[in-house]
Design a protein around this ligand. Structure first.
Ligand code: ADP
Ligand code: ZN
Length: 297
């Protein structure tokens, strides 16, 4: 599969922007970004872009869609291929796979954006050869994908690592911004949560602002929980927040090692430097995730 070079298309649907691309293997041939606006207009813009590229490059043989969630992944259910119950206005019950299947008549791969990114990191990035791979994005929300032996984990639905409830930093009483849970991980440590806690736009917060200590503590709680439950060889963290705050990686690793307290054999601070990392594919992890889903369709 890694040397599959067929021309495929990828769609990454994000909360604020969406991406269409075509690729051969891990090589992106064309890529364009669109605002994630009203659903029909957005899906129309993405499909029209792929059609325009097909005129120049030839027909795509499969399409992969990595989407924000929650999404329906059970092929025996009527909501397969749909975004299901998202708080994002207008996007509940939108049939993504149906739209692209009707328009292109090719196999469609479908999963969460973060499961796709984990798959791409396993295939081409920093998680090659790893049997258990986690990919977390910390941006407008927090999402997490889990890939085991090269296959995204699906159970009843899909993992929702961003909504774990973590032990709070001492003295931290911020109520949290998650519309479902208040102070779950996303409610405490997503981009909007960090901005709300600091009372200023994320990009304006100084690196020495106390909010980062609380965020490092709460992320480390989640890392320790994930190390204990899934024993991953990699936890790759993408998204806008840590991308601009690389120094947070060391703080999170140090605190994760302290929380694990030497109990998990072979997982001290030195090993966590290998395990908890930025994505090897950088900001291409999400788009290449859609490509990996196309090849697996
Ligand atoms: P999305 O989740 O929509 O894909 P990103 O992953 O780019 O978008 O994340 C956007 C979030 O990252 C916003 O909430 C923004 O406040 C936050 N962010 C962007 N730059 C910084 C920064 N330098 N420091 C802290 N937070 C930031
Ligand atoms: Zn939540």
């Amino acid at each position: 599969m890694t040397d599959d070079n067929r021309l495929v298309a990828g769609i990454e649907l994000g909360g604020t922007k969406s991406i269409a691309l075509i690729a051969r293997g891990r090589e992106i041939v064309e890529l364009a970004r669109f605002p994630t606006a009203e659903p029909q207009a957005t899906l129309e813009a993405l499909s029209a872009q792929i059609e325009a590229w097909q005129d120049a490059h030839g027909r795509v043989e499969a399409i992969g869609i990595g989407s924000f969630g929650p999404i329906g992944l059970d092929r025996s259910r009527a909501d397969y291929g749909h975004i299901t119950s998202t708080p994002k206005a207008g996007w509940s019950d939108i049939d993504l796979v149906g739209h692209f299947a009707r328009r292109f008549s090719v196999p469609i791969g479908f999963d969460t954006d973060v499961a796709g990114a984990a798959l791409a990191e396993h295939r081409w990035g920093a998680a090659q050869g790893c049997s258990v791979v986690l990919y977390l994005t910390i941006g407008t929300g927090i999402g997490g994908g889990v890939v085991v032996d090269g296959v995204p984990v699906h159970g009843l639905v899909h993992p929702e690592l961003g909504h774990l409830r973590v032990r709070r930093a001492t003295g931290d009483d911020f109520v949290g911004v998650c519309p479902f849970h208040g102070d779950c991980l996303e409610g405490l440590a997503s981009g909007p949560a960090i901005a709300a806690r600091a009372g200023m736009a994320g990009a304006d917060i100084g690196d020495d602002h106390p909010v980062w200590s609380a965020v490092a503590e709460e992320l480390a709680e989640a890392m320790a929980m994930l190390m204990l439950t899934l024993s991953p060889q990699r936890i790759l963290i993408g998204g806008g927040v840590l991308q601009h705050r690389q120094q947070m990686f060391d703080r999170v690793r140090t605190r994760t090692a302290e929380l694990l307290a030497g109990y998990v054999v072979g997982v001290g601070e030195a090993e966590l430097a290998d395990i908890i990392r930025a994505p090897g594919l950088g900001d291409r992890a999400g788009p290449l995730g859609a490509v990996a889903l196309a090849y697996d369709s």
